[in-house]
Ligand binder design. Structure first.
Ligand code: BGC
Length: 706
């Protein structure tokens, strides 16, 4: 393989090599003739081009002087979701509620098969950023707030996309993004500076990327943002020493959209395009997304001696290595499986993921509903497929089409409930935005005639995504006003949140008899939520992210440090805002079923790092529990999290059944990153905690020394 690449490299002109580094946005920024011209000049890649145009561009590339095939990238981030006929999965955040690696792997496999069937090769997924500030517009794209869970689900997704071998017909390239600390931008301002140190990067943000590298992820995308004032993509320490040497990443890197251009136009780091090109190439960016001016600039920089050609060679080498490993030269288009796009097998996988994503946070006994109750279903989001889909489908990308009619199959919550009961009356009420259709009085009148109210609240696509960070996480529009009116009727009320992320809903949580979090469940999210409401399916979701009481309370992620000035509680000192409770409204790991589980007899053997606990189903229904393992370093040279997830297991138990659950841990699970930025285990006292959620009250604990 090396020989073939070196031979190819030696035949390439400087122009062809620089062109090979380009990834071009034909849809968004150039017409087709210009795109064809680039393909003939030897461009490396296009993004978000689907169907006939992709085929024609590939033909042009294969007929160019050296015939190096294009690699087509696409944002197939929740299924092949820019193709309107494809299977639309729940968002990553919704999938993460399953805490189930098989769900993630299956989503990866199905997506890969559909992308490959469209002849494409590469998805810009999974997203490994941590959602530690829910104001961020892209929380829906994450697997939540915790580095361990994010890493586990990301690695499984990557394995799903890439399969056994990149050259398999149904394997596509994964792309771990956005490297690194992008989700941590100050104030949750998308693509802004992250005020974190390298130590913090290593402690919190790097571990998921390590798992991605270990899973053999073929590509990684450089973040938009900067860390402490240095744009990530020009930071050779981050891009080379850490990514290549330490993590052992051996694929190619791709910038995010116009990162090179932004060095001149937004971040004001480079005086002109040539300087931006030099910084980016030296930084270790192999493929340059959507900055075509890199072409002239980089060529000029090499010709004038400001940039060594070897830097370009190295980038091209990384790209060609992957193209060769994919078998692109023999099979320029992936083939997949004819007829599989949106097929029933794939729809079932999406339905299964949606079922596993539904998270029940409160239930005073009103759930499950029965088919003979008169139900008033209220709220725009109960019957709005756009809100149910959320971000990154054909509605929003590559160009926004908000008025597009979504093809079937899909099921809204209204349709899902109507499948299970003929006693459901739907009223619009109101939605996340003020609208002329708002009619609170009609909703209240309908509710008055019902035995139970199901109220769907949330957000909608204009409130989600890039450039849509929110300062205020409270329910928008007239949703809270309507909640108050419904509650005043004194009838049982079940609130269902169909939203892109945790919203601040303390009043709705407190005032509802039951609360279900459905996030953006994809094509079958409505059916899945309805099945849980009626008890056809057991709720098994657990929160991968904490819910704040109020926007001003963030961050509320569970794995924070000690040391906030305040009252002493539970034997340690932890602060709080004087006008809000100490804990979040709901915290990481929480989620109920229709049965209960008890934990007993926790043991830990420090010699073998083996923990054991007995879990018993103490309720009347079969159920699935997610047993969660956390640790705390009781005394350490730097501040460490109050608790940190290091393992979990899912077990299904019949009523009355018990199981002894074993966790085989490793010494490094108990590590920290010290002041010298080394990951070490410091000898001393530790606490191991095992139980139902990250809440202290849900955990058994055992102390030990290492
Ligand atoms: C996003 C990436 C995405 C890319 C290509 C960017 O704006 O940050 O996540 O993959 O666009 O569409």
């Amino acid at each position: 393989m090396n020989q073939k690449i070196e031979t190819l490299l030696s035949q390439m002109t400087l122009e062809e090599k620089v062109a090979q580094m380009l990834q071009l946005p034909y849809n968004a920024a150039m017409d087709f003739e210009e795109a064809l011209d680039w393909a003939r000049k030897g461009a490396g890649s296009f993004l978000n081009v689907i169907g006939e145009p992709a085929k024609r561009l590939q033909e042009a590339a294969c007929n160019s002087r050296l015939g190096i095939p294009l690699v087509f990238g696409v944002d197939a981030v929740r299924g092949h979701s820019l193709n309107e006929n494809a299977t639309i999965f729940p968002t990553q955040l919704a999938c993460a509620c399953s805490w189930d690696k098989e769900i993630a792997r299956e989503m990866g496999k199905v997506t890969a098969r559909e992308v490959a069937t469209d002849g494409l090769h590469w998805t810009f997924s999974p997203l490994l950023c941590l959602a530690r500030d829910p104001r961020w517009g892209r929380v829906n794209e994450t697997f939540g707030e915790d580095p361990y869970l994010v890493g586990e689900l990301a690695a499984a997704t990557i394995e799903g996309y890439q399969g056994e071998d990149l050259s398999d017909a149904e394997s596509i390239l994964a792309c771990a993004k956005h490297y690194i600390a992008y989700g941590e931008a100050t104030g949750a301002r998308d693509a802004y500076d992250s005020e974190v140190t390298y130590r913090k990067v290593r402690e919190v943000f790097l571990p998921p990327f390590q798992k991605a590298a270990d899973a053999g992820c073929a590509t990684m995308m450089t973040a938009y943002g900067s860390i402490d004032g240095t744009p990530v993509g020009i930071d050779e320490h981050i891009m080379k020493d850490i990514l290549r040497e330490e993590l052992g990443f051996d694929g190619f890197t791709v910038t995010d959209w116009k990162n090179v251009t932004s060095l001149v136009t937004k971040q004001m780091i480079a005086a002109d395009e040539e300087e931006a090109a030099i910084l980016s190439a030296k930084g270790g960016n192999d493929m340059i997304m959507a900055s075509p001016e890199f072409y002239e600039a980089a060529i000029h920089a090499v010709r004038s001696g400001k940039l060594e050609e070897a830097v370009i060679d190295n980038a091209v080498r990384h790209i060609l290595t992957i193209k060769l490993r994919m078998g692109l030269f023999e099979h320029p288009a992936k083939e997949g499986k004819a007829g599989c796009i949106g097929c029933s097998e794939h729809q079932n996988a999406a339905l299964n993921a949606a079922r596993r994503s539904i998270t029940l946070l409160k239930n005073n006994g009103v759930l499950p509903l029965s088919a003979n109750q008169k139900i008033a279903l209220i709220g725009k989001n109960a019957d709005d497929i756009k809100a149910q889909y959320g971000d990154w489908t054909f509605f929003t990308h590559p160009t926004p089409k908000p008025d597009h009619i979504a093809p079937r199959p899909y099921t809204t919550l209204k349709e899902g409930m109507e499948m299970l009961s003929d006693q459901v009356t739907y009223t619009f009420g109101c939605g996340p935005l003020h609208s002329e259709r708002d009619d609170l009085a009609a909703a209240v009148a309908a509710a008055r005639k019902a035995d139970v109210i199901v109220y769907a609240v949330g957000d909608e696509i204009s409130q989600v995504g890039e450039k849509k960070d929110r300062a205020d996480l409270a329910l928008s529009g007239r949703q809270t006003e309507l909640f108050r009116e419904l509650r005043a009727l004194g009838k049982p009320i079940v609130t269902v949140l169909i939203a892109s992320k945790p919203l601040a809903i303390p009043e709705e949580a407190e005032g509802s008899d039951a609360l279900i979090i459905a996030f953006n469940g994809g094509a079958h999210g409505g059916q899945a939520a309805a099945e849980v409401l009626f008890g056809k399916e057991e709720p098994t979701g657990r929160l991968p992210i904490s819910f704040p009481y109020h926007s001003g309370q963030v961050p509320v992620y569970y794995n924070h440090y000690f040391g906030w000035h305040g009252k002493s509680a539970g034997g340690y000192c932890e602060g709080k805002y004087c006008d809000l409770p100490q804990d979040p409204l709901f915290t990481f790991g929480e989620g109920l079923g229709y049965t209960d589980f008890a934990y007993s007899n926790l043991t830990f053997d420090p010699a073998t790092f083996t923990a054991q606990v007995t879990v018993t189903n103490t309720g009347k229904r079969k159920g699935t529990e997610t047993a969660q393992v956390y640790f705390r370093d009781l005394v350490s040279s730097v501040l460490t999290p109050m608790k940190q997830l290091i393992a979990y297991k899912q077990i299904t138990l019949a009523p009355g059944e018990s199981q002894r659950v074993t966790f085989t841990l490793e010494k490094m699970d108990f590590s920290l990153v010290n002041r010298k930025e080394e990951r070490v285990v410091e000898p001393g006292a530790f606490r191991l905690m095992v139980g139902h959620s990250s809440k202290d009250a849900d955990l058994l604990s055992v102390d030990f020394t290492l």
